[in-house]
Design a protein around this ligand. Sequence first.
Ligand SMILES: NC(=O)c1ccc[n+]([C@@H]2O[C@H](COP(=O)([O-])OP(=O)(O)OC[C@H]3O[C@@H](n4cnc5c(N)ncnc54)[C@H](O)[C@@H]3O)[C@@H](O)[C@H]2O)c1
Length: 274
Amino acid sequence: MTLSRVNENGLVLLGCGKMGSAMLQGWLAQGLNANSVTVIDPHPSQWVQGLVQQGLHLNEPLPTTPAICIIAVKPQMMGDALPALRALGNGTTVFLSIAAGTSIGAFADALGDQSPIIRAMPNTPAAVGQGITALIGNAHINDADMQMGEALLSAVGQTVRLASEDQMDAVTAVSGSGPAYVFHLIETLAAAGVAQGLPKDMALQLAKATVAGAGALAQAADEDPTQLRINVTSPNGTTAAALEVLMNETDGFPALLNRAVTAAADRSRELGKE
Ligand SMILES: NC(=O)c1ccc[n+]([C@@H]2O[C@H](COP(=O)([O-])OP(=O)(O)OC[C@H]3O[C@@H](n4cnc5c(N)ncnc54)[C@H](O)[C@@H]3O)[C@@H](O)[C@H]2O)c1
């Protein structure tokens, strides 16, 4: 991955909370120089404050023409936060937002309608280099801009390009919010193990390792998840007994996850209107 344009011209990170920190950690590990980074955040964590010793610029005036400005504040904070970036608009600086809901059009309104803008949706496994991010750019984004955005997000996991911005609500509902569904699966699988008599720590260890191992196998195997599921399921065995409950059409996973993902996608659409 080449970060030379970013190292030469600088990167501004607006908002360095959970997602901003996860990405910054990955970029630094991939060779981004701390002294090429300006973080703007009214409540910086101890970790970000510690990076100042390595040359990171914290809440300092913005560089004049940074290569890229990453917007990682909550959608509700945009009104307060974006005016600080206005001076960078309508130029060569690429804006890359990871905010749920906020449309490219809303950024163009706030930053200037000639601004190159990428909208992206990463997820928190980026913190361990195993995220996935969907991206789409506006008409002012050229190939080199898109490659720069993809290079940054590839530093923290996989990337996919969207065909249309409309797909972003579904992406947000599947992979943006998705880690929370999986963490809840771990919580509830462990609790069910405790209910069957296991000690709490052991149940959690079993649940975490099972989800991590199954995820790794799903990524690595040639078979699809359907075949991997069949491989676990002996006829008339224990897995078949559990799947009869989980695969129930009315109240099993299919119906439940469809309702959950629909609720998240609907909320993403609403955020765009607030
Ligand atoms: N957490 C996730 O799983 C996730 C995944 C994908 C996308 N996102 C998106 O990332 C964005 C950030 O989410 P998060 O979970 O990291 O939130 P967060 O609350 O952890 O971080 C937001 C940061 O913005 C800072 N901030 C507040 N006002 C500011 C301002 N005016 N200027 C600069 N910084 C300001 C806060 O101090 C905080 O550190 C959101 O838009 C969210 O939709 C989050």
